[in-house]
Design a protein. Structure first.
Length: 276
């Protein structure tokens, strides 16, 4: 990416912050990051980090070749209308859950002529430390150069996975978009459980984090499926079998399945509710 590359974040909240932390200095310096957010306190934080800030769209936005919409799905339509007058030749990337690329393209374009440079994606918060994973999709007419540009931006904060059918992004949202929250919930449970079985808080946290990290890395590096790795931990008549029996009785797998279905359904509902 050349040194003149600059990127605008429309919405400077949690996710913009996570993306910029991973991006800054890898792809473009902070001085080339422009953040638009109505919240004065947030703008002050961005200013302190070295980013350009504005309360509303203006000339600085028009000059950015890449725009990342990082506002809530509920306000994206209104925000697209606010930014549209400043659109010259920029690639529009949306990270809003549920909102379909065709809707954003229609909001940014003219009647009968949707904006052709729209990529929809679903990152996750580990982007903050460069360990994110992002699902991406685009309408069929989007140029390969724009797909490559979006890939390079999201790859700066982790892995990038393209899906052919945009509807699959609702599934990505249910898995990796919301997924860090499921892992944090498990982590909370492990830490509380550790204390319930006699460890102190610090020991529990250390053991829980190392267990999640170690097991995840083992699964990633192994050629064997997770079920086989699970069986290797589970000695006949032993401690793991006792624990898994309780988890199976409680229907843990079904709970996760139903939770993910609820998340995917909600993404699709938000697309209907806040799109079009
Ligand atoms: N959090 C996550 O893990 C993930 C979130 N996403 C998606 O990212 C998007 C942002 O989420 P998140 O960062 O968590 O939300 P936040 O609420 O933290 O950030 C959104 C920011 O946009 C600001 N905003 C509101 N109106 C405007 C406007 N007109 N122009 C510019 N900025 C505006 C909000 O200000 P104010 O608060 O004052 O309204 C807020 O600071 C959502 O669409 C979400 O679906 C995607 C992947 C993961
Ligand atoms: O909860 C949400 O709607 C957003 C999308 C994925 C993670 N957070």
């Amino acid at each position: 990416m050349h040194s003149g590359f600059s990127i605008a974040f429309i919405g400077g909240g949690n996710m913009a912050s996570a993306l910029v932390s991973g991006l800054a200095d890898k792809l473009c310096p902070m001085s080339r990051i422009h953040v638009i957010d109505p919240n004065e306190g947030l703008r002050e934080q961005w200013r302190a980090r070295g980013a350009g800030v504005a309360a509303a769209p203006g000339d600085a936005l028009a000059a950015c070749p890449v725009w990342v919409y990082a506002v809530k799905p509920q306000v994206l339509k209104e925000v697209a209308a606010q930014t549209r007058p400043w659109l010259r030749d920029s690639l529009a990337i949306s990270i809003a859950a549920g909102i379909r690329a065709a809707d954003l393209a229609a909001w940014l374009g003219e009647p009968g002529r949707p904006w052709s440079r729209v990529v929809r994606c679903m990152p996750n918060t580990p982007a903050l430390i460069g360990a994110g994973v992002t699902g991406l999709a685009a309408l069929p007419g989007v140029a390969q150069a724009d797909r490559d540009l979006a890939t390079s931006i999201l790859q700066a904060v982790g892995e990038a996975v393209w899906v052919d059918d945009e509807a699959a992004l609702d599934g990505v949202t249910a898995l990796s978009g919301s997924g860090p929250a499921y892992v944090f919930l498990l982590l909370e449970a492990l830490i509380e459980g550790g204390q319930a079985v006699g460890l102190d808080a610090a020991q529990s946290r250390r053991l829980a984090l190392a267990t999640l990290a170690g097991a995840t890395r083992l699964a990633a590096e192994s050629t064997e499926p997770p079920a086989v790795l699970r069986e290797r931990v589970t000695s006949k008549g032993g401690t793991t079998a006792a624990a898994l029996a309780v988890m199976n009785e409680g229907g843990l797998k079904d709970i996760v399945l139903h939770a993910m279905q609820a998340a995917a359904r909600r993404a699709s509902e938000m697309g209907d509710e806040f799109g079009r």
